[in-house]
Design a protein around this ligand. Structure first.
Ligand SMILES: Nc1ncnc2c1ncn2[C@@H]1O[C@H](COP(=O)(O)OP(=O)(O)OP(=O)(O)O)[C@@H](O)[C@H]1O
Length: 412
């Protein structure tokens, strides 16, 4: 039997005007890597929430690793969730705990022996390429490093299933590549991965199974699938949104001074990109070289139409290839009249981080409810099976390094 099996599943939220999921049937086998794609609101997060038993299906049957989720008693839900790792777009790390403590906490709440924790935490941090960052707090890490901590926390008990909701959504292409390398390596150890994403470059390079949702229904299920985000984010709409985000007005895309090729007639968006995308999609043998293709795509600077049009938005972010504050201050200064000697303050603090990344996860900081907090964040599983892969591939290098790591962290 499939590891994950959905049979005619529908989900209607109490205030929903239409089903968030509408008669979905889907089997996912052990060891699969599945991309869930589809427009905003198509039901991707709802599907992941059902698998996690955060939400209950309105009708239909869901079985995960032999558990019939309709019949799972409430008291067994925390234990069930421990068999599943979950990774969020905004990391959901505990802001007041170090890297080491964030990962160790996942083991502490299930009563893992201190000596075991001391042995497991460095192993998993090494796997995700974070050796040397053990004593850093989340705000002292880049976005990519924070997501690696989240992956380490989700993976420390070697879950059978890893669910990821837009895990690269806040990251630049190069950092996303590093995250995908880690997820691919974890998948190759036998962990089943279901990942919701809008990132066409990742989907098209990795050529894993693609399940596409549209208005709560499965429109497509392909073994070595692709994704053209332009189908879901018509160029004119994306361009307008990007322009509005940057300049704060609603100028129609057609009137914007956009780079050649970034705007096309919205009625003609069903075309796949030019020869580059076509060859990326169909040029190589289907095999286990998705990461190599992704690396080649990232290094060539090809980010797909969705990536291209949001490029300037990405450049304003304060992590990844963030805007240089010096350059920004210099530009402001240069644009001022010569007789204006006012000091120019930078718009953001040099070490500013996205607010979401600093937020603790749900009620996870409530010390009196550590168990349910951990369950909410789903980072632990039963201590069965090998905790580490027999021969994991070399972990990718961290997205960036700093000089203030205090060495290998046996801080417990
Ligand atoms: N708690 C809720 N109550 C009512 N409606 C909801 C709730 N959560 C989601 N929905 C609705 O269900 C539909 C599917 O939402 P869902 O979040 O699953 O989409 P998604 O594909 O994950 O979107 P995105 O890519 O924007 O994250 C949407 O119409 C959404 O408005």
């Amino acid at each position: 039997m499939a590891l994950i099996a959905l049979d005619h599943v529908s989900k209607i939220y109490p205030k929903g005007s239409r089903p968030a999921l509408d008669d979905i049937s889907l089997d996912i086998e052990r060891g699969d890597f599945v991309f869930l794609v589809g427009a905003s609101g198509s039901g991707k997060t709802t599907l992941l929430s059902l698998l996690l038993r955060e939400e209950e299906a309105t009708s239909g049957e869901i079985r995960v690793a032999g558990n019939d989720l309709r019949r799972l008693p409430a008291r067994q839900i925390p234990q069930y969730r421990r068999s599943i790792g979950f990774i969020f777009q905004d990391y959901k790390l505990l802001a007041n705990k170090t890297v080491w403590q964030n990962v160790a906490f996942a083991l502490e709440v299930i009563g893992t022996r201190r000596s075991t924790i001391k042995s497991l935490v460095p192993q998993v941090l090494k796997t995700v390429g974070l050796t040397g960052k053990e004593r850093n707090f989340p705000h002292e890490l880049s976005g990519g490093e924070q997501q690696r901590v989240a992956i380490a926390r989700a993976y420390v008990n070697h879950p059978q299933i890893l669910l990821a909701d837009e895990p690269t959504g806040n990251l630049d292409p190069t950092t996303s590549l590093g995250i995908m390398e880690v997820l691919d390596a974890i998948n190759r150890t036998g962990t089943t991965i279901v990942m919701a994403t809008h990132n066409e470059e990742i989907v098209n390079s990795m050529r894993k199974r693609v399940v596409e949702l549209k208005a709560g229904k499965i429109m497509r299920d392909e073994q070595h699938g692709s994704y053209d985000s332009a189908l879901f984010f018509p160029d004119a709409e994306v361009a307008s949104r990007a322009h509005e985000a940057i300049h704060g007005d609603g100028t129609p895309a057609a009137e914007l001074n956009l780079p050649e090729g970034s705007y096309t007639d919205p009625t003609a968006v069903t075309n796949v990109d030019g020869p580059d995308v076509a060859s990326a999609l169909h040029g190589a043998e289907h095999g286990d070289d998705g990461i190599a293709r992704l690396a080649s795509s990232v290094h060539s600077g090809r980010t797909g139409r969705y990536g291209e049009v949001f490029q300037s938005v990405e450049d304003t972010l304060t992590w990844g290839r963030g805007l240089s504050l010096d350059a920004m201050a210099a530009a402001e200064e240069a644009s001022k009249p010569a007789d204006d000697f006012e000091t120019v303050e930078p718009a953001v603090e040099p070490d500013a981080q996205p607010a979401a990344a600093e937020k603790p996860a749900g009620n996870a900081e409530n010390a009196g409810d550590a168990e349910s907090a951990a369950a909410d964040r789903n980072e632990t599983v039963e201590l069965s099976g090998p905790l580490m892969p027999p021969a994991p591939p070399a972990p990718p290098a961290p997205a960036k390094h700093d000089d203030h790591a205090e060495g290998e962290g046996n801080e417990q």
